[in-house]
Design a binder for this molecule. Structure first.
Ligand code: GLC
Ligand code: GLC
Length: 826
């Protein structure tokens, strides 16, 4: 069952009924000002940091769900009937409803009783404000008197405090209302009197008939957003908030002739004044700097131009890669939605979504490093800055804070530390940046350590690898620390206390637990680093790390192989985890994918054997599960993983992030059919037809899909902010379609499913455009491309502008040029 459809031409997903299984959300904002918005206008916004600079309030896990948003109400003043054009929060049945989620904007349209409305929400590029543009049309044969009410509920900045510290908060709220201009501007200035230099504003383009700034005055006592007293009555209370819960609400009266449309623009924005220019008069905000911004964006022509600029920016970003394959689900994910999701994860890390409250987590170190893999080609300049920020949260040891707050850019241990895989992901992020941009100067940049001192970025990356080598266990495998990529495999935790955090507790220290996953990741990272080192003329470093990678691969082959698959770990007591010898948790997906990606077992049969085990033991029609058999009992020696019911999250769900590792491993070993088959199983667009089962948005990946042990097998959760976005993008574009940036050229080496005759693509790379065509056929006379992975390559020949080349790496084209790349595959 579907709740909408893809409009690929307009790059929108169109939701055709408001009551989706869960709120289907989208993101607003592209630079510093961000928001989430659901298909019924729920959500909130923040400046840079969802925890520390929250502008509006949202109530997670509320009833009804998705409570708090960018609400507009319409009231027919002749009858007193009122409704919300976004359905929520009033939930009156509408005659028509449609929500179009596009790239960083959402438009919700509806009609009731001959009055139609459309609200467009977006953040103009470079601005710290969101536009709500409301258009109301009278489709009746007679004139209509319509009242429009807006509502934004302000958060008192620190979202954590806002949701907990009521003894203070109920007394601190302050606002200003400025009706001096033709339009009404409501300023939210809680704590501006003292240490804050910022305030929020909510402006309206039309003369207002009234306003409210105290929530209770607008709603009425004991009433909800669904039935505000002011709307029911048809007049605002003109309330000025002193403490309690400041809101912004405007009341605009619209007289509409038959067929007439009126437009009202609302702006919800953030502004920071210089510290020495905060006040115009004692206690009164100096508005001279913000006023021109407000005036500009209340102008319909500016709004139109801002929206066009937003779309042009999206065109530009998506222009990095466009493909035309035989599969629509692949095309729309690669060309539109997966690329967009990569940008969103780059911007948000794991901070704000329907599942991430914006309070729990800042920018994750490992998460953000992996997000780079899918977004570096979309915005290389911002990727460069991000790499510096991440490296600056490292310690001189090479270790790193697990997260940092985007506002302050300083790391913290709030969600744990000592995850021994963390530093290695930086190597992958930096390598991806260099391959995409060729900008080796980044390696010479000096970046500080959080605990003092500094080094070049090259030095940071090298220390990341050394961090692993300095922490090896009894088998010579990497020590796991608090956990590795799998946050829930806590082998030193041993928690018996309810509620204790698995990520911050270590009851048995001096642990010797080792991770085969980190070994695989190390091997991959060390090989990547060796390429970089060679590239910048440091062959000794390169051969050193190549040797370390070889050595680690040999140790994995010796101590990390269980007979039919790679082991997962050794626990505190030296017992194997993820072995046929275990009663539960015999096979884990992570080392199967990652060891093969690191090249371990490729060439001697281990890789293909391990991938066959994945297919036999872990694959379901809804994707590949993380572990089987799932844990039914709590294992104190394994930690959080066994705390989840079987089939959920790390305990045997289809943890989608890991699936592309297996796709890549399949592609590396030449199995295009398997790689593509796995790709389709979790591709959200390919699952659109079973939306009643999948339940999450069909346009973006979710972190997990409930596994075969779960009662709700196939149900997705934690959509949007997941490493699944970056890795699936890498798997499909770089390995299945095979368009892979290298340090000295663009490799085109597809591993396609056998049913595909080929595909075409346009790739922007280092300033040039590569028009790529891939088709089945013989190599041009006299040419044969060298097989790359054990003869796994399908490529029989490559020509550039008609001239055959050796191998599959297309040499760099002159910036500005367009070249034609033709690839034949068998
Ligand atoms: C979550 C975390 C990620 C972790 C994964 C597996 O997605 O954000 O860092 O690797 O869970 O536990
Ligand atoms: C829990 C989740 C895991 C997430 C972690 C973040 O352990 O299961 O997915 O990465 O919390 O701290």
């Amino acid at each position: 069952m579907r709740y909408g459809f893809f409009d690929d031409k307009r790059r929108e997903y169109v939701i055709t009924r408001p009551d989706t299984p869960v709120p289907w959300i989208n993101y607003l904002g592209t630079d510093e000002f961000f928001g989430i918005i659901s298909n019924t206008a729920g959500g909130y916004c923040a400046y840079r940091d969802a925890r520390l600079r929250r502008l509006t309030r949202y109530r997670y896990n509320n009833v009804p769900s998705d409570s708090g948003g960018r609400y507009l109400y319409l009231r027919d003043d002749a009858t007193g009937e009122y409704w919300a054009p976004s359905w929520q929060p009033v939930r009156r049945d509408l005659d028509a409803y449609e929500c179009r989620h596009g790239l960083s904007y959402t438009a919700i349209s509806s009609s009731l009783g001959g009055i139609s409305a459309q609200a467009l929400y977006f953040v103009p590029p470079g601005e710290t404000l969101e536009v709500w543009r409301l258009r109301v049309t009278n489709e009746r044969a007679e004139a209509a008197e319509i009242s429009a009410f807006s509502l934004a509920e302000f958060a008192l900045w620190d979202a954590q405090d806002d949701a907990t510290n009521f003894q203070r908060n109920y007394s601190t709220g302050e606002v200003e209302v400025d009706l001096s201009a033709a339009s009404g501007v409501i300023y939210h200035k809680t704590e501006y009197r003292e240490r804050r230099d910022h305030f929020a504003y909510f402006a309206c383009s039309e003369p207002v008939a009234g306003f409210d700034t105290q929530r209770e005055a607008f709603l009425g006592a004991y009433r909800g957003f669904d039935a505000p007293l002011a709307v029911q009555r048809g007049t605002s209370g003109d309330s000025v908030a002193h403490g309690w819960s400041p809101v912004g609400s405007h009341h605009v009266r619209l007289t509409l002739a038959p067929g007439q449309t009126r437009e009202v623009i609302f702006l919800l924005g953030y502004w920071e004044n210089p510290r020495d220019a905060k006040f115009a008069a004692p206690g009164v905000i100096n508005k001279s700097l913000v006023q021109p911004v407000i005036d500009r964006w209340l102008d319909p022509a500016a709004v139109e131009a801002g929206f066009a600029a937003l779309q042009a920016a999206a065109d530009d970003v998506l222009g990095a890669l466009q493909v035309d394959t035989p599969d629509d689900d692949t095309n729309r994910m690669v060309n539109i939605w997966n690329a967009y999701q990569c940008l969103v994860t780059f911007n948000m890390s794991r901070s704000m979504s329907s599942y991430e409250s914006g309070i729990g987590r800042g920018m994750g170190f490992r998460d953000s490093c992996q997000d780079l893999l899918g977004s570096v080609q979309l915005d290389p300049a911002r990727a460069r800055d991000r790499i510096r920020d991440l490296a600056a949260t490292q310690f001189a040891s090479g270790g790193a804070y697990h997260q940092y707050q985007p506002l302050t850019k300083t790391g913290n241990d709030a969600i744990g530390s000592g995850f021994n895989d963390d530093p290695l992901w930086l190597v992958l992020g930096v390598a991806a940046y260099l391959r995409e941009t060729g900008d080796a100067t980044i390696l010479n940049e000096r970046v500080p350590f959080s605990d003092g001192g500094e080094d070049t970025l090259y030095g940071h990356v090298e220390r990341s690898l050394r961090y692993t080598l300095d922490r090896l266990g009894p088998h010579g495998l990497p020590l796991i620390g608090r956990a590795d990529w799998n946050d829930c495999l806590n082998l030193n935790c041993f928690s018996e206390t309810p509620g204790e955090s698995f990520q911050t507790t270590e009851n048995l220290s001096g642990g010797v637990a080792e991770s085969i996953f980190i070994a695989g990741l190390f091997t991959l990272a060390a090989r990547e680093f060796a390429e970089l080192a060679d590239h910048v003329g440091r062959p000794a470093d390169a051969s050193g790390f190549r040797a370390d990678a070889e050595k680690m691969a040999a140790i994995v082959a010796e101590h990390g192989w269980d007979g039919d698959w790679f082991l997962r770990a050794y626990d505190h007591y030296g017992n194997p985890v993820g072995s046929a010898a275990n009663a539960e948790g015999q096979v884990f997906i992570e080392p199967q994918g990652m060891c093969v990606m690191g090249g371990i077992g490729v060439g001697n049969g281990l890789a293909t054997r391990s991938l066959a085990s994945v297919r036999e033991r872990l694959a379901t029609p809804h994707g590949i599960m993380l572990v089987q058999p799932a844990f039914r009992e709590y294992h104190v020696e394994l930690g959080e993983i066994s705390s989840y019911p079987p089939g959920y999250k790390e305990n045997g769900s289809v943890f989608c992030h890991t699936n592309p590792w297996v796709m890549i491993a399949e592609a590396m070993t030449g199995n295009g059919d398997a790689a593509y088959d796995y790709y389709r199983r979790i591709n959200p667009s390919a699952r659109e037809a079973i939306s009643e089962v999948h339940r999450c948005e069909p346009y973006v990946y979710a972190q997990m899909i409930a596994g075969a042990d779960a009662a709700t097998h196939g149900e997705a959760k934690n959509s949007w902010l997941t490493g699944t976005a970056a890795w699936n993008f890498v798997a499909i574009t770089q390995w299945i379609l095979g368009i892979r940036p290298e340090l000295d050229g663009l490799r085109v080496e597809p591993v396609l499913p056998s049913e595909w005759p080929g595909f075409s693509a346009t790739r922007r790379f280092r300033g040039a455009t590569y028009e790529i065509t891939v088709r089945r056929g013989d190599a041009p006379a006299g040419q044969s491309a060298a097989p790359i992975y054990d003869g796994a390559s399908q490529v029989t020949g490559v020509t550039v502008d008609g001239q055959p080349i050796e191998g599959t790496v297309v040499p760099l084209a002159t910036p500005g040029a367009t070249i034609r790349v033709e690839v034949t595959i068998k």
